[in-house]
Design a binder for this molecule. Structure first.
Ligand SMILES: NC(=O)c1ccc[n+]([C@@H]2O[C@H](COP(=O)([O-])OP(=O)(O)OC[C@H]3O[C@@H](n4cnc5c(N)ncnc54)[C@H](O)[C@@H]3O)[C@@H](O)[C@H]2O)c1
Length: 375
C-alpha cells in the first residue's frame, strides 16, 4: 500500500474503539475512518455520528464490513473469541489488519490464522500498545547499548484493582457476576481469565525486554478479590529464557504495586525500573538512582501511528503474528503449569502448546542444588 490516505473499518464499537478512534484521528492526512460494525447497530451508528459526523458506513456484521471496497484496513476491537474469524475474513478480503490483544483464545486458532496470513500476505499487526510506552522504549534502547551489561532478570507488571464489578454491592453472585463482567466473565468467550486479558500486556512486554525465546514456564494463579469470576484474578509466572535469563510476570485485577511500576530489569552492571512516566536506573555503586521523566503519552495513538508506518512506509513490525502467538503460547503454558503444579517446556514454534518438562533446560546460568541443601 502507498502513502495515500488509508480507509479504516473498525469492528466493534465498544470500550476500546473510542480510544482507537482518537488514535486514527491523530493522523488525518494518513487515515480516515470510513466504516464501523457492531452487532449493536445503534452503537455503531452512535460511533459513526460522534467520530465521523455520520460519514462512516454502519454495519451490523463483520462480513459486511470486510466486504466494503471502501475499506483498506480493518481494526479489530471485538471480544476475544471473535478475533479469529474476523482476522481470517479480513485477510481473505485482502485488508491490512490491526487486531486488539489477545491474538485469539487458543493455539489451534493461532495456527489457522497463521495459515491464512501466510497465504494472503496481508499486513497483520497485533495491538500491543504497551510496547510504545516511552519508558519501555528508552529502557530497551539503553539495554541494546549495553548500559546494564548482561541482563539477568526481568520483571513485567500489569496490575490494578478492578472495581468493574463491585463485590460489596450485595448482588446475587450467580447472576450478577457474569452479567457485570459481560463476555469477560465467560471463559468460553474470554478464553481465560485475567492473565489472558490484562496479563497479555505484561507477557508481551516481558518478551520484548528479554528479546529471547522462552523455554520454561512455571505459574501460580490466584483469585484474591474478584470472587464472582470462575477464573484467576491474579497470576505470577516465572519464565526461563534460552540464554538462561529469567523473567517474571505479575498481573492482577485484585491488587496493585507501589508507584505504578511496569517493569524492572537487573543485570551485570545495574538495575532499571519503569512506569508510564518515568525510568529509574541505578548502576551498582551509585549512591542513588537517577530518574528520567516522560510526558504522559497515549500508547494507542503511538501504536496506530506505527501501524501506519508499517503499512505505508514498510517500517518493521514489532507485533507480528509470531510475536502475538508467542505471548499466547506462554500464557497457555502458564495455565497448564498452574493447573498441573509443575514447570512446562515451550516448543520453538509459537503456535504449539507446552509439554510437561522432562528435564530442566541447561543454560549458562543453571544452578544445581547439592543433596545437602535439600535435606
Ligand atoms: N489494549 C488495551 O489496553 C485494551 C483495553 C480494553 C480492551 N482491549 C481489547 O479490545 C477488545 C474489545 O474489548 P472492549 O473492552 O472494547 O469490549 P466491549 O465489550 O466494550 O466492546 C465489544 C464490542 O463488540 C461488539 N460485538 C460483540 N459481538 C459482535 C459481533 N459478532 N459482531 C460485531 N460486533 C460485535 C459488542 O456489541 C461491543 O460493542 C478485546 O479483545 C480486549 O482485549 C484492549
Amino acid at each position: 500500500m502507498t502513502q495515500e490516505q488509508l480507509r479504516v473499518g473498525i469492528l466493534g464499537a465498544g470500550n476500546i474503539t473510542r480510544v482507537h478512534a482518537a488514535g486514527w484521528q491523530t493522523y488525518p492526512e494518513r487515515a480516515q475512518i470510513t466504516a464501523v460494525a457492531d452487532v449493536a447497530r445503534d452503537r455503531a451508528q452512535a460511533f459513526s455520528d460522534l467520530y465521523t459526523s455520520g460519514a462512516a458506513s454502519v454495519y451490523d456484521a463483520v462480513e459486511a464490513l470486510v466486504a466494503d471496497p471502501a475499506v483498506d484496513v480493518v481494526d479489530i476491537c471485538l471480544p476475544h473469541h471473535l478475533h479469529t474469524d474476523a482476522i481470517i475474513a479480513a485477510a481473505r478480503a485482502g485488508k491490512a489488519i490491526l487486531c486488539e490483544k489477545p491474538l485469539c483464545t487458543n493455539l489451534d486458532d493461532a495456527t489457522r490464522i497463521r495459515v491464512v496470513i501466510d497465504e494472503t500476505g496481508v499486513t497483520f499487526m497485533s495491538a500491543h500498545n504497551q510496547l510504545f510506552q516511552p519508558s519501555l522504549l528508552e529502557a530497551r534502547r539503553l539495554m541494546a547499548g549495553g548500559f546494564l551489561g548482561q541482563p539477568y532478570f526481568f520483571r513485567s507488571i500489569e496490575t490494578f484493582q478492578s472495581r468493574a464489578f463491585d463485590p460489596w454491592a450485595g448482588a446475587d453472585e450467580q447472576t450478577a457476576g457474569p452479567r457485570a463482567w459481560g463476555w469477560r466473565g465467560d471463559v468460553k468467550q474470554a478464553g481465560g481469565g485475567e492473565l489472558l486479558d490484562t496479563g497479555y500486556h505484561a507477557t508481551y512486554r516481558l518478551l520484548s525486554l528479554a528479546n529471547d525465546r522462552p523455554v520454561e514456564v512455571t505459574a501460580v494463579l490466584s483469585r484474591f478479590f474478584q470472587r464472582q469470576l470462575t477464573v484467576e484474578d491474579t497470576a505470577l509466572v516465572i519464565v526461563r529464557f534460552a540464554s538462561g535469563t529469567v523473567g517474571e510476570i505479575i498481573t492482577s485485577w485484585a491488587l496493585d504495586v507501589v508507584g505504578g511500576r511496569h517493569f524492572e530489569v537487573s543485570g551485570e552492571l545495574g538495575t532499571m525500573a519503569g512506569g508510564a512516566t518515568y525510568l529509574t536506573h541505578q548502576l551498582y555503586g551509585w549512591p542513588e538512582a537517577s530518574q528520567r521523566e516522560f510526558q504522559p503519552a497515549s500508547t494507542f495513538t503511538a501504536e496506530i501511528g506505527h501501524f501506519l508506518n508499517v503499512v505505508q512506509l514498510g517500517a518493521s513490525n514489532p507485533a507480528t503474528l509470531d510475536h502475538a502467538a508467542r505471548a499466547l503460547q506462554l500464557i497457555k503454558a502458564a495455565y497448564r503449569s498452574a493447573e498441573e503444579g509443575r514447570t512446562v517446556t515451550l516448543p520453538d514454534d509459537p503456535t504449539q502448546p507446552a509439554t510437561p518438562r522432562d528435564a530442566a533446560t541447561e543454560t549458562t546460568y543453571s544452578a544445581h542444588v547439592p543433596t545437602e541443601a535439600m535435606a
